[in-house]
Design a binder for this molecule. Structure first.
Ligand SMILES: [Zn+2]
Ligand SMILES: [Zn+2]
Length: 307
């Protein structure tokens, strides 16, 4: 990996990687993983293709060298991050997570007791779900399940159609002309209910076809504490109780247990809770940890260079 990305700048990057002081520089000026996305966008205005360091900015070759280094040393985290943002497919990341899970499976008593093939299938399934949970953030969206992503649903609606029968028409006209008291033409109309199937906007997603994973706190993780605000007279916030501060809806663990029952083996609720759930949660934590590591490494590698 590295040899492909060698000179002119990578030795310098390597030096910085070894220099722990590089990470004491101000955070905004470094490439971190969130900033890294724009290097994959063809519209990026930040790049210049001059070789080596040019002033404060990173040249594209430097960025690629930094990515190469990061990828070599924090491959898993980098892969996770790239697939989370749709730059690479999720297969590689899930496979890596599965491999990691298999190395940890012997430490989980419930998994260790299983047959090799069943264990692998379970770890694979857990990895898939753990990855799915990891990629959920307040900014991410999931396809709407009501309309399967189309934004429209077919609804049966009854409309009332009315018409004035030919025979009554003259009579009604004449009555209106003469100004008969308490005369209502509607009394002579004939109505019928018509059943129609219409495509209407899906009410769950408002026609967008996707639903945001953000919590009702709009991803902030905090909500206004109405009681305390009233008592103290200033706006007071508290941690959102629905998402416990994460800001987004998590994938329910119960869904994983049920999926396991359908595809690999039935797991009872207590067994899941005590035996498998901690392992599953560990896989999710590992994803976040690996990403944080890759992020820290990328910051260190790019040092004090502004982008
Ligand atoms: Zn919908
Ligand atoms: Zn919330």
């Amino acid at each position: 990996m590295l040899s492909r990305m060698q000179p002119p700048f990578s030795q310098d990057l390597e030096r910085r990687l070894r220099d722990p002081l590089g990470c004491t520089q101000s955070g905004e000026s470094k490439v971190n993983l969130e900033n890294a996305i724009k290097y994959f966008s063809p519209k990026s205005p930040m790049l210049n293709d001059a070789p080596g360091t040019t002033g404060d900015r990173l040249a594209i070759s430097d960025v690629m060298a930094a990515f190469g280094l990061t990828e070599a040393q924090a491959r898993f985290g980098f892969e996770l991050f790239l697939s989370k943002h749709g730059i690479t497919s999720s297969e590689g990341a899930v496979a890596m997570l599965t491999d990691y899970g298999m190395t940890q499976a012997p430490h989980c008593r419930a998994l260790a007791a299983l047959d090799e093939t069943v264990r692998r299938d379970l770890v694979k399934l857990f990895s898939l779900f753990a990855y799915e949970d990891y990629t959920r953030s307040a900014a991410s969206k999931r396809p709407c399940s009501c309309c399967s992503g189309t934004g429209f649903v077919e609804a049966e609606i009854f409309t009332t159609k009315s018409h004035m029968p030919y025979r009554e028409r003259h009579f009604v006209k004449a009555s209106v002309k003469m100004g008969v008291k308490n005369f209502s033409p509607a009394d002579y109309e004939q109505t019928r209910a018509v059943r129609e199937v219409e495509r209407v906007l899906c009410s769950s997603c408002g026609g967008k076809g996707t639903i945001s994973n953000a919590c009702r706190c709009r991803g902030r993780g905090t909500v206004l504490d109405e009681y305390q605000s009233k008592v103290q007279g200033v706006p007071v916030t508290k941690t959102c109780s629905k998402c416990t501060g994460r800001g987004y809806a998590r994938l329910p663990g119960e869904a994983v247990r049920r999926a396991a029952g359908l595809t690999v083996m039935a797991i009872s609720e207590p067994t899941w809770r005590r035996g498998f759930k901690p392992f599953y949660e560990m896989l999710i934590t590992q994803c976040h940890r690996e990403e944080a590591q890759a992020d820290a490494l990328l910051k260190k590698v790019t040092g004090k260079v502004n982008i």
